[in-house]
Design a protein around this ligand. Structure first.
Ligand code: AMP
Ligand code: ZN
Length: 117
């Protein structure tokens, strides 16, 4: 079991604390964000603990493929194919990362602006 002490996402992956689980694959769990910024706000969380995408390194090819595939599936399942969605990976301080366990935001259901704040 890949577990970092006191990591909230590891606890969610290990079902030690509850979450609204949308989907589970071999390497990821998808949950609803507890503090959504859009009508659909999901988190694609790696089952394995990495502090950020910077730590994924050699496994990036597998993860990248799975993440792209999952985004496509979620777009269909959450009815975001026509209007679209936004995917974000906040990384470290300047990226605005607040939970140091690699995750991808999948957001849909409203129009997002660019540039982000
Ligand atoms: P980030 O700021 O990019 O690291 O994203 C962390 C996200 O995790 C935020 O959008 C939080 O609202 C969300 N979050 C934190 N704790 C939980 C939790 N227990 N269940 C679901 N989402 C959470
Ligand atoms: Zn973790």
């Amino acid at each position: 079991m890949h577990n970092a002490n006191d990591c909230i996402f590891c606890k969610i992956v290990n079902k030690e604390i509850p979450a609204d689980i949308v989907k589970e694959t071999a390497n990821f769990i998808v949950i609803k964000d507890i503090n959504p910024v859009s009508p659909i706000h999901l988190l694609i969380i790696s089952k394995r603990h990495y502090n950020s995408i910077l730590d994924v390194k050699g496994e990036g090819e597998i993860y990248g493929n799975e993440i792209f595939g999952l985004c496509g599936e979620l777009a269909v399942e959450f009815n975001a194919v026509d209007k679209g969605f936004r995917v974000a990976i906040n990384t470290k301080e300047d990226g605005g990362q607040t939970v140091d366990h690699m995750h991808i935001h999948f957001m849909a259901g409203r129009r997002f602006t660019w540039p982000p704040g």
